[in-house]
Write a protein that binds this ligand. Sequence first.
Ligand code: F6R
Length: 366
Amino acid sequence: EKAGFDHFMMKEIHDQPKAYRDTMGARLDPSGSKVVLDEMNMSEEQIRAIRNVHIIACGTAYHAGLVGKSIIEKLARIPVEVDVASEYRYREPIINKDTLVIVVSQSGETADTLAALREAKRNGAAVLAITNVVGSSVAREADHVIVTWAGPEIAVASTKAYTSQLIAFYLFGLQLAQTLGTQDAGFIANVIAEMKLLPEKVEQILAQADSIKGWAEQVAAHDNLFFIGRGLDYAVALEGSLKLKEISYIHSEAYAAGELKHGTLALIEDDVPVIALGTQEDLLEKTISNIKEVKARGAHVFGVQSEGQTELAKAVDGVFTIPRTLTLLTPALSVIPLQLLSYYASLARGNDVDKPRNLAKSVTVE
Ligand code: F6R
């Protein structure tokens, strides 16, 4: 059932091209110019009534929500807040009937996420669930549902569920843009065309998986490291850091690259590994100057760049190149080398990759 892989996590990392295809599936109009999310059961009138969006989730699903915020704000120009479910419930969020609450949950059974959903409904908000489990509690109680077709995820560390959640957010963002007219038809068709190319680009990344092993072995020799990035790269850095912590037990922290000098730089000393994401072209120059700051203090920097870039490679000690795509779509590719990094680091430390200590796949307690 591991399809020839040693662990479920590696199998699920390799399931991603299929998970992307299945999640996009029939939701892309054959003409290639439109998204079709009728199944979500949200009328044009309901879409036009949305004034603000709250995205609520835990852990990795929360990190998908951070990317979701950028997607919705960029494509539909609707303001979005993102909260961890266990915080949202207790902060007296300002929810009203113009608020769309999006809950993101692989299992659809996470206690805090479900409680936040109920709180949102009590306050009159419409709730959209993005979930991987048809018929889960979250799916049953939400007003609208987008199912991610990632297939069962067995490994505790979430991989294909996260990337399928990203695909769901792209689809939803495009649906909003289409209905609200915030992006023109040519732009939307171009995003769709690029989305269709993502599965084969993931395959290209997976074909180079071995090149991450060396990094992972170096990382596994340390007890402390940093992930840095700006914009969407920062959101992906947070997910990369969580993945590494949960299965390798190595402490790491994800930092917005520009924020380092406000304290964290004090922790950079000789040989501390820094994973620097530099896929956001408009921010690259700034990220590179932050890389120089950590290099000057002795850090050993591994970079992730997009094909066609040359500047990042000159500033780092090792580089992984992902295929080129639209800036907005890069998280669906840049997270893959980080998944592989945590997998190989966990292996190098002799851990139980699929069943990390202290963690459960579905968290049904608050
Ligand atoms: C990390 C991980 C967890 C879950 C979180 C939410 O790899 O799997 O952080 O993402 O417990 O779970 P769901 O999505 O089932 O609500």
